[in-house]
Design a protein. Structure first.
Length: 369
């Protein structure tokens, strides 16, 4: 079988290539450059050399393709638009659909390959009604959350050789095979930000505008650098000192008034102002091409690494979702992805549009008053 494997320069994609090579596939490697190399924080140059070293060890060819323009148009512009609107986007979901399994998959097919393999921790299995996206065996590394927006033809072309393995096993296999990246640290955070300060990076594109930090009862407790830089539930970076008459307890972001440039905070990690029982989504995407039913029960994640929570889903005529959780959820954030599961099968998901968190309701009412 003709297969192209995406090589990032990391250990996961290297072991994916190793396994495919051992299975006897007609294999080629592909390295994607999705960000401008003149960025001193970007590790593309080093990652490319690591990918080349892996290919030399496995005796396979390596193609390098530049999708920086497509990435900026299809992912990064959306990222900035969402932050300007006061939302917290998840660019990795869009990158998988638009870049890795979008323009990159198109390139793979031009190379004559039938499948595109990656180092994602997820499983693609044949179900009763066709191909399904399943969680990985290693739930701590499972990445089905980021793959839920793939179209069915994209998923059919995908291979995930690591889906049945645990991370420790992958590293041990890389070391035993003599792969040069066996001990390379995992990449973390948003790929185009790298190790730099998030505010410094975002400030290059969205000018900072200082404003008041207020408690939920309106008391000025500090000053923020720009409401765009904060997300719901955040504790770090608030720099709120001791407030007379208030307990010496940490403060958390509970709301963002974009129009008046006010950041609202409250004390207590489980503040009632952060709790929501329901949400409304944007138009949902279903892995199988359609919803399981107009109304159904399942489990959901509203952010990566969250434990699955039980909920009731109502699919509205316009394709959006009303979701009611069995228990209140903390810091459900507009712009993030709601991903739905039936046991370990990923059903699909949608971008969160709004919730019934008390502060969010209050700010909506004030905006429309």
């Amino acid at each position: 079988m003709k297969v192209v494997v995406g090589l990032s320069g990391g250990v996961d994609s290297a072991v994916a290539a190793l396994r495919l090579r051992r299975e006897g596939h007609e294999l080629q490697g592909l390295f994607m450059a999705n960000w401008a190399e003149d960025d001193s924080y970007c590790t593309i140059a080093d990652d490319y050399q690591d990918a080349r070293a892996v290919c030399r060890e496995l005796d396979i060819s390596l193609h390098r393709v530049d999708f920086a323009e497509q990435y900026r148009q299809r992912v990064f512009d959306y990222f900035l638009t969402e932050y300007r609107a006061g939302r917290t986007p998840n660019p990795d979901v869009l990158c998988n659909r638009e870049i890795k399994f979008g323009v990159c998959l198109e390139h793979v097919r031009r190379l004559g390959a039938e499948h595109f393999a990656t180092g994602h921790y997820a499983r693609r299995l044949e179900g009763t009604h066709g191909v399904e996206l399943h969680k990985a065996i290693d739930l701590d590394k499972d990445q089905s959350y980021f793959l839920h927006a793939l179209e069915l033809p994209q998923l059919q072309a995908a291979l995930f050789p690591l889906g049945d393995s645990r991370k420790a096993e992958v590293r041990a296999e890389a070391r035993a095979a003599g792969l040069p990246v066996y001990d390379k640290p995992d990449s973390t955070g948003i790929c185009f930000i790298g190790e730099r300060d998030f505010r410094d990076f975002l400030g290059q594109y969205i000018p900072a505008r200082t404003g008041e930090i207020r408690s939920v009862d309106g008391l000025r407790v500090g000053e923020h650098a720009g409401v765009f830089y904060y997300t719901l539930g955040q504790r770090e970076g608030l720099h709120i000192g001791g407030i007379k008459g208030r307990a010496a307890a940490p403060w958390f972001v509970v709301g963002k008034d974009i129009h008046r440039n006010i950041l609202y905070v409250d004390q207590g990690v489980e503040s009632q102002w952060l709790q929501s029982r329901s949400l409304r989504s944007e138009t949902a995407h279903w892995v199988a091409g359609m919803a399981p039913a107009a109304k159904f029960r399942c489990t959901a994640k509203t952010r990566y690494r969250q434990q699955d929570v039980a909920c009731q889903v109502h699919v509205l005529p316009d394709g959006t979702l009303d979701v009611l959780f069995d228990e209140p959820q903390r810091a459900v954030t507009p712009g993030q992805s709601l991903v739905l599961y039936a046991d370990d099968v990923c059903l699909g998901g949608a971008v969160i549009a709004e919730t019934d968190a008390p502060m969010e309701i209050r700010l909506r009412q004030e905006t429309t008053a």
